[in-house]
Design a protein around this ligand. Structure first.
Ligand code: NAG
Length: 308
């Protein structure tokens, strides 16, 4: 039955977050407000870092790049979700779905690597301050960036190479608001046991490995600070706790979606909101409201703009 035609399913239907009308109205408002904030906040970070020469340092370059990826990650899923909620027409073409999965994994993989690069930057700045300028050179920065994108790309290609040949016949309802591998594979009518294992191994390994590496590095950094002076610990902790929060909020859902062995899609799709709407807001909030240099840079750029 299933071997007949490869493209019998030409589009998928998203079941969305909720079918309850008042809940949909709430989600529509909530996601519109959040998405606008994400766009403005992250563009502000990229703009400030690009145009203020005083922020031309590895830390701010990495930060601006992270903001850029966050913006893309949100744009990949949230506008589609908003338009689905608004129009009630929740379909996506087969190609659209595959492209969404591909881009999602390129961006997700790159974001994870970029968060690792930022941890490295913190580590060198705090634990090897004398070597900071030689280690985190502009060339190193470019390498970290190129490395992050290449790893994201490789990860995504290797996963997708296995699933593009899947056959789909009858089922086309995706119980979520975006396409990702776990739901996609579930709809195929061929036996996907090995594929499920492959996805868990690939995506799960990357997210868990990176997560533990990051948590371990932050503990190591804090321990180093504590050994040097117990007074410095609270200051370092207040700076690093923001990062640790972002790391936990970003990786938590990823690990849950890919590694948790039991299918609990209802939880999965709500957790995904953290990655597409909450963490992309956190970076601008942390860096624009809490960072003195960034606030001063914005004030300078603002007065420059006004004096034109
Ligand atoms: C990303 O980082 C590079 C330097 O490492 C910088 O030249 C570039 O402007 C950054 N990208 C964004 C969007 O800020």
């Amino acid at each position: 039955m299933c071997e007949a035609n490869y493209s019998e399913v030409s589009e998928f239907v998203f079941l969305g977050l909720s079918t309850f009308r008042p809940m949909q109205h709430f989600l529509l408002t909530f996601s519109t407000v959040f998405y606008i904030t994400i766009v403005l906040g992250n563009l502000l970070v990229v703009y400030t870092v690009t145009f203020d020469p005083r922020l031309h340092s590895p830390m701010y370059f990495l930060l601006a790049n992270l903001s850029f990826i966050d913006l893309c990650l949100s744009t990949l899923t949230v506008p589609k979700m908003i338009s689905d909620l608004y129009s009630g027409q929740n379909t996506i073409s087969f190609q659209g779905c595959v492209i969404q999965i591909f881009v999602l994994h390129v961006l997700g993989g790159s974001e994870m690597m970029l968060l690792t690069a930022m941890a490295l930057d913190h580590y060198v700045a705090i634990c090897k301050p004398l070597h900071y300028l030689t280690v985190m050179s502009p060339r190193m920065c470019i390498w970290l960036l190129v490395g992050a994108w290449l790893i994201g790309l490789t990860h995504s290609v290797t996963q997708l190479a296995f699933v593009v040949h899947l056959h789909f016949c009858v089922l086309n309802k995706i119980d979520s608001f975006y396409c990702d591998l776990p739901q996609f594979i579930k709809l195929a009518c061929t036996d996907t046991y090995k594929l499920k294992f492959m996805v868990t191994a690939n995506s799960g390994f990357i997210s868990m490995g990176t997560f533990f590496l990051l948590i371990f590095s932050y503990i190591f950094i804090l321990a180093t600070v504590w050994k040097q002076s117990s007074g410095g610990l609270s200051k370092a902790f207040s700076t690093l706790s923001a990062h640790i929060t972002v790391v936990i909020l970003f990786f938590g859902p990823c690990i849950f979606v890919y590694v948790w062995p039991f299918p609990t899609v209802t939880v999965d799709k709500f957790l995904a909101i953290l990655d597409f709407m909450i963490t992309p807001i956190l970076n601008p909030v942390i860096y624009t409201l809490r960072n003195k240099d960034m606030k001063m840079a914005m004030r300078r750029l603002n007065s420059q703009l006004l004096s034109w």
